[in-house]
Each structure stands twice: as structure tokens, then as C-alpha cells.
Write a protein that binds this ligand. Sequence first.
Ligand code: BV8
Length: 253
Amino acid sequence: MSQNSTAPKLQPAFIPPADGRIVILTGAGISKESGLETFRDAGGIWSKVRLEDVATPEAFARDPKRCHAFYNMRRARHRAADVQPNAAHHALVRLEQGWPGDVMVVTQNVDTLHDRAGSKNLIHMHGTYNQARCNFCGHVIANEGDLSVEDVCSACNKAAGMRPNVVWFGEMPIEMERIYGALSDCDLFISIGTSGNVYPAAGFVAVVSKHAGAHTAELNLEPSAGATLFAEAHYGPATATVPAYIDALLQSL
Ligand code: BV8
């Protein structure tokens, strides 16, 4: 039974075997209807500030106060009471709980909306807002408040080194081996809310497509840069397409 009888119906072009492995990649678009900005939509984050000035190790070395201000502003928005997981986040939790095979969510997002919705088999390949890391010794702490150059590392006692524990451009994404292992062994790859501009995430669909029997689907507001690489696509807001698609998969069991 669909979660909401008025929800739009959507028929997946491919239903994996019941023990099939499903890997889901999400980007900023899945959090848009929760009230968080995307990066490359009109009026998005990168239309207001250059990533080279706030989201690279060189930018942090050059002007740490500017980087802290950028992340403090986004982290404060992320903490706001009106920013909650939406129907798309909750649909992915239903899939993880109701699908007999393995379901893994790999998110590019540094927000914690998947975690708060209840996703367990979840990889934050670009890190998260709610940790800080020392640039000198690598010590990681939980941190949901503002960071500044006055912060002192509790492990090495050096100041001005605490940075957001996110993956900046030019840095190695997290758990890449585990991600590539899942991609090369999955039956269904679903990409949700990403423009397909940032690598290596944008290359995942090509990794999956190399493996016989794997199917790829894009659920996005509009065709991504990699749209032609997907076997299937459904366009519309994530809170409409994702529950409809996921509930159709679950009803096929
Ligand atoms: C690396 C964390 C080496 C910080 C981010 C080729 C191969 C390898 C690397 C590169 C390469 N070419 C270039 C590179 C370098 C670079 C890169 O990709 N540059 C780009 C600009 C060309 N990549 C890197 O530096 C990466 N590191 O490569 O290390 C390596 C290589 C391979 C293997 C190991 C190591 C590190 C990149 C990570 C950077 N950090 N974020 C932070 O958040 O501040 S990236 C940033 O972009 C966010 O994570 C964001 O999630 C991500 C991708 O953006 P999207 O999520 O797609 O968001 P966007 O706004 O673009 O799109 C939103 C989409 O949603 C749109 O399509 C829209 O239509 C849709 N949408 C909107 N509303 C809705 C919706 N969909 C549904 N419903 C809605 N309501």
C-alpha cells in the first residue's frame, strides 16, 4: 500500500531481484524541499560565492575567517527548526527497512537529514556539518556550532587549525573503496538530486553501467549533466518522485 493514496503513481522500468543490491547516490537536490540551498541551481550557493574562495584547502590557508564564515552561515541554517528530513529522505529509510537485499545510501551532502530520517547504511562521502577536524593533527570532534580561528585543538593544543570535517575540492572523498565495491556489485543504482558535475560522484553511473545486469535510474528535477548515461529517468521534485518510485519497488515484493 503506497504511503499516500494521493501520491503520483510511477512505474519503475526495472525491478531488481528481491535479494538485489541497491545503491542510491544523493545530492543537494534531495534536501532542497527541506529548505537547504543547492549549489548550481539559479540563485544557488555557487552563484553567490566562488568555491575556490571557500571550499578548498588553499582557500582555508589563505583566508580561514572567510571559510569559517561560509560554513558557520550554512551550519546555522542547517540547525534551524524548520529544516527537517522530507518525504524523499523517509522513503529511502522505508526502502532500507523493507527491501530484502542490501540498500546503501551514498550522499554528497554534508547535511544530516538522511541520518535524522533514520538511514543506517549511509556514507557521507563529503563529510558532514556536525564534525570539526584539526588541520595540524587530524583530531576529529563533534561540533554543531560556529568554528573560528580562535578554536584550540583539544588534542595538540594548537589554535587556528580547527576546520569543518568536510571534503573540499582537491581532497580525497571518504570511503571510496567501500563505495566502488558496492557500485561494482549492485543490481540497481539510483541517482537523486544531483547535477552530475562533481567527481568522483558524477562518475558512479559509468562504473555501474560497466557491470552486466545493473540498471541505472535518475530521479531529478531536470536532466543532469550525466542524464544520457542513465537507462531510466523520472523528473520532478524529489518529494514526489522518490516516494512514488520507492513505494512501487516495495509493492513489487
Ligand atoms: C577528488 C563538501 C581526487 C563541501 C563538496 C575528475 C575526476 C576526479 C576529480 C575531478 C575530476 N574533474 C574535476 C575534479 C576535481 C573536483 C571536481 O569534481 N570539480 C568539479 C567542480 C568539476 N573533484 C574533487 O576535487 C573531489 N576530490 O577528486 O579527489 C580523487 C579522485 C577520485 C577518487 C578519489 C580521489 C572532491 C569533491 C568534493 C567537494 N566537496 N561538498 C560542502 O558541501 O561545502 S562538493 C558539493 O557539490 C556538494 O557536496 C554537493 O553535493 C556536490 C555536488 O553538487 P550537487 O549535490 O549535485 O548539487 P547541485 O546544486 O550541483 O545540483 C542539485 C541538483 O538537484 C540539480 O540537478 C537540480 O536540478 C536538482 N534539484 C533541485 N531541486 C530539486 C532537485 N532534484 C529533486 N528535487 C528537487 N526539489
